[in-house]
Every structure is written in C-alpha cells, then in structure tokens.
Design a protein around this ligand. Structure first.
Ligand code: AMP
Length: 169
C-alpha cells in the first residue's frame, strides 16, 4: 500500500534523475504509520541503543522510528552544521566529492546503532555514514531504508551489515 504514496519526479534535481518523492507518504497518516511500523518490524530492537539518521530525509524517518522503538536519535549532517566537535568522512559523487559529519560524542564505544535513510541509491552516502559510526567505536547492526533502487546495487557497498528496504525499484 505505501508504494502508492511515492511520487516519481522526472529530471529532478537534474536531467536524467528520476526522483522518488516521499512527501505524499509523509502527508498520509496511514502511509506514515505503516512506513514506521514496517521499518520497526524489520529490525531487532534488543541489538541497538541508537538510531542514526542521515540529513535530511533520514532525520524524518529515523527520529520517528527511534521514538516508536524507545531509542535515542543521532544526526549525521552536511559539513558545518553540527555545533560541537565532529568526525568527518568524504565520499565520491558522480562529479566531485561530498562530506558528512557526526558529533564525536554521539555514539559510545560498543553501542549498537541502527542506520536509517530514506533511499539507497549507489550506497556512497550510507557507506560513509557507516565509517563515521565505526570511527567512534559504534557497532552498526543494520541499515534501514524506505526505498532501495535495486538496479544501482548500492547494498554491495554495505557488506557485513544487514540491509532492509520496504520498497524496491
Ligand atoms: P547514494 O549515496 O547514491 O546511495 O544516494 C543516497 C542519497 O541520495 C539519499 O540520501 C537519498 O535521499 C538521495 N537520493 C539518491 N537518489 C535519489 C532518487 N532517485 N530519489 C530520491 N532521493 C535520492
């Protein structure tokens, strides 16, 4: 049922990209409820203390899931946004590189962390996020997505961590 709420937007943010817009899903009370319930069913809550979400749509689903499961939430942000001491990781984009950051005290060594983003494409963003959590000594127990673009094979870059998505294209 939730696939009905994903809007395809051709050529956004640039030509050739078919953007998967989740705003109709967020707007729907039933869609939002079913998405968070579905993500919750796919994980083992006893194995982690924290949910880590990637800016910016990972914040929306990650925080809702953390609240649903009674866990804490940790943001991974674009450069220069976090006010305290940070760890940084660079990753390759189609053209150039990008960076993401996490607070140095966001995860304690040995803590289990569930990683969340809205969509898995090439896997570069989540691969860098996993490195950040591991730099702090955290133990990623899984990566949860609402949507996975199977044809880009992004999960190959996340080997060693269970990957789950509610919708596949
Ligand atoms: P990647 O690092 O290639 O796996 O890209 C993942 C990130 O880019 C996620 O934070 C997504 O929100 C965003 N993204 C990539 N491709 C799309 C797409 N076709 N539609 C919506 N978001 C996308």
């Amino acid at each position: 049922m939730i696939h009905e709420y994903i809007r395809d937007v051709p050529d956004f943010p640039k030509k050739g990209i078919l953007f998967k817009d989740v705003t109709p899903l967020l707007q729907s009370p039933a869609g939002l409820r079913e998405t968070i319930a579905g993500m919750a069913r796919s994980v083992e809550p006893a194995t982690f203390d924290l949910v880590c979400g990637i800016e910016s749509r990972g914040f929306i689903f990650g925080t809702a899931l953390a609240h649903h499961l009674g866990k804490g939430f940790v943001p991974i942000r674009k450069p220069g946004k976090l006010p305290w001491k940070t760890e940084t990781e660079s990753y390759q984009l189609e053209y150039g590189t990008d960076r993401i950051e996490i607070h140095q005290d966001a995860v304690r060594p040995g803590q289990g962390v569930l990683m969340v983003d809205d969509l898995l494409a090439t896997g570069g963003t989540m691969e860098a996020a996993l490195k950040l959590v591991r730099k702090l000594g955290g133990k990623p127990v899984g990566c949860s997505f609402v949507i996975e673009l199977d044809f880009l094979a992004g999960r190959k870059r996340l080997e060693g961590v269970p990957v789950h998505a509610l919708l596949h294209y």
